[in-house]
Design a protein. Sequence first.
Length: 242
Amino acid sequence: MIRSLIVAACVSLAAVPVTALACAPDALGTSRTLVLKREGAAYGTAQHGALPLQPGEVVLTFDDGPRAESTPPVLKALADQCVKATFFMVGDNMAKHPDLARQVAAAGHSTAMHSLTHLNMTQLSPDAQAADLKTTQDIYAATFGHAATAYRFPFLAESPTLIEALKAQKITVMSVDLGIDDWLPDQTPDMLTARLLERLKGKGGGIILMHDGQDSTAAALPQMLKALKANGYKVVHIEWEK
């Protein structure tokens, strides 16, 4: 059932070039924007097929926000390096911090859903899953003024029931290619940067999972972005057809 969602031809063939706006000469920058069709596809080799990326290309994604203490420094680090990312937001956090959620979008980042309260969907009844999704969609629409185009499951615990519901609504399911375990306690910038580079070496690129709800991630992000630049990686920004 899940494999039926892996659609190789669900990406717009033309990548949109990114215009640099007052970026520092040594900034990492965003190399291009990849526009995905709204077809209910699924990506991320942890569970699905790969995005059409070239070797050395990465997609930066952040889960669990917005959070007042850590999302703003994440946004600053991205802005300092002229980088765009995708933020998978928890519905309750959007409702608590709607202005901060809109600040993410106003900065040019993509926004998407990450459930209502970060429960494991596989442990809920089908009706509870449907209610969780509907409430999250309502909060998202009230926050941003339009419907959400993508969803990431909490804990990457994908429910076949909810996958079918998302597919029927042409909502992309976005898994990951690699994570950096930034949710672990006592993570330093050096630890997270080393783990990021080590795992990228094994993968060659892909969708990176991070958490803007973590203080350690906010503290480490400037160093990690500089390390991506120093090691020749290119950032691709994901958007969806209107």
